[in-house]
Write a new protein. Sequence first.
Length: 187
Amino acid sequence: MDFKGYKKQVNDVLNLLEEDEINNFMDLLVNAYKNDKFVFVIGNGGSAANASHLAQDLAKGTRHSKDQPLRLKALSLTDNAAFITAQGNDEGYDSIFEQQLRTFAKNGDYLIAVSGSGNSPNIIKAIEWANNNGVITIGVTGFDGGKLRKLAKHTVHVPLNDMCTAESIHSIIFHYVILEIREKLKV
C-alpha cells in the first residue's frame, strides 16, 4: 500500500468510529476531574506507550496554568518498571496491573485499558478486579474488541484488524479528547 492508500484507510476507519463512544469517554474523564478521582491507564507494547502518553496528557495537557488548583489526576501503570519486573518475575506477568490497582485504586476511580486485541491476560485480570471493586472501567480496543470490549463498562472501539494502524487511531482519539477536555475545563 502506498501512503495515499494508507491515508484513505485511516480516514475510512475514522469515519466508522462511534462518536457517542468518544463523547462518553470524554464525559467520563471530565467527571473524574470534577469529582477529584484518579484515572489509571494500562496497556502492553505500543498500547503501553499510548497509555503512558495519554496519562501524561491527561495530567498535564488538560490544565491551563501551572497554578490551576484542581488537576486531572492520571497515572500510567505501565511506567513502573521495577514493580512490573518484580511482580512478573515473582508472581506472573498477568498480575502486573491488577496488583498495582490493589495498591492505589479506590472506589469511584477510573481505569482505562488500551488493548488492540482486547485479550491480553494482564488487561483482563485488571478489568475484572476493577469491575469488582467499584472502579469505572473503559476499554479502548481494535480488531473485534476481544474480551475487553465485553467486560469494560464503557468502550471506545476501533474496528480494524491491523494493530499498528489501530494504535495510531487510538492516539488520534486520545489527542482529540485531550484538546476537548482542555476546553471543557477552562475556568
